[in-house]
Design a protein around this ligand. Structure first.
Ligand code: HEC
Ligand code: HEC
Length: 241
């Protein structure tokens, strides 16, 4: 009897250990916030380009990080650090990521994932007024996101990125509510192959068949795409670990 109790206690202890290992797996949100707001060592404060609230900036071409999935952010920072992805917009992110330890990258990713943010990061009227990147037609973009453009060999964004591009963790990032200029830049980079850190070339295969109009239209819809349908406010669960 005593042995059985010991074994059971052993199992309980094991379960506790793995539960706490899971909780710390995502990183330290407090340290992540400190890095984001103040920088660390050679890494500058992230908020100077990604915004105080992590919502990005269309004039700089920086992405929204608020609410993006943890595993995806860690992957991007590792890819920048290992030069698998090149920042050809401001030429800063490779150095920034190298300046952070692997644990710091996890901590800052845990912090930005925890930021909620608004449905839409971009104000398309401001983008239009700036005049540097043309804005597309929203309803045409909605069609590309939901159904693709089968006649031109463009897969529906929906099929990998989830409903309206709200993200399907851990692999597929949230592209709904992302900054307009960033979305356009990335789609063009996937198309010309200057961004090539997508597993199995999935994004390059989608973007290579997109016209400039497809890109501007899809980005116009995505920039303010709602994450849920009317009458069903449920979101898929966040990553379990
Ligand atoms: C001087 C401006 C600047 C600073 C400071 C900066 N970033 Fe960036 N960041 C950028 C730009 C520009 C891009 C987009 C690169 C591209 O177009 O591929 C980017 C992209 C990223 C991405 C990719 C997001 C995605 O959706 O794929 C992550 C993650 C990121 N930055 C995190 C950080 C973190 C963490 C810090 C602070 C340690 C930081 N950045 C500081 C300019 C900056
Ligand atoms: C076959 C699956 C698949 C389809 C279909 C797909 N994507 Fe992606 N997409 C991915 C993957 C995987 C990534 C992440 C790549 C990485 O890890 O860097 C990605 C990343 C992206 C990014 C970069 C996000 C960021 O924050 O850096 C954008 C923008 C994007 N996709 C837009 C689209 C659009 C628009 C469509 C529809 C026209 C689409 N995708 C269809 C698989 C897909």
């Amino acid at each position: 009897m005593q042995r059985i109790i010991n074994v059971a206690a052993g199992f309980a202890a094991l379960a506790l250990v793995s539960a706490s290992a899971m909780a710390s797996d995502k990183g330290d949100i407090g340290n992540g916030k400190k890095i984001f707001d103040e920088g660390k060592g050679d890494a500058p404060a992230c908020n100077s380009c990604h915004g105080m609230d992590g919502m990005g900036d269309d004039n700089m071409g920086t992405p929204r990080l608020a609410g993006q999935g943890f595993t995806f952010i860690v992957k991007q920072l590792n890819d920048f650090a290992n030069d698998k992805r090149q920042d050809t917009t401001m030429f800063v992110m490779n150095g920034n990521a190298k300046a952070l330890s692997e644990q710091d990258r996890r901590d800052v990713a845990a912090y930005v994932e925890s930021l909620e943010g608004a449905v839409s990061a971009s104000n398309l009227e401001e983008v239009k007024a700036a005049g540097t990147v043309p804005v597309g037609v929203r309803h045409k973009g909605q069609s590309v996101v939901q159904f693709g453009a089968p006649d031109r060999g463009v897969s529906a964004c929906h099929s990998c990125h989830g409903f309206n591009g709200r993200g399907a963790a851990p692999m597929y990032p949230r592209i709904a509510g992302q900054r307009y200029v960033y979305l356009v830049n990335q789609l063009k980079k996937w198309r010309d192959g200057s961004r090539a850190n997508d597993p199995a070339g999935q994004m390059r295969a989608v973007a290579k068949n997109m016209s400039d109009d497809d890109i501007h239209n899809a980005a116009t819809f995505l920039a303010s795409a709602p994450l849920t349908t009317i009458g069903n406010g449920r979101l898929p669960p966040k990553e379990a670990h």
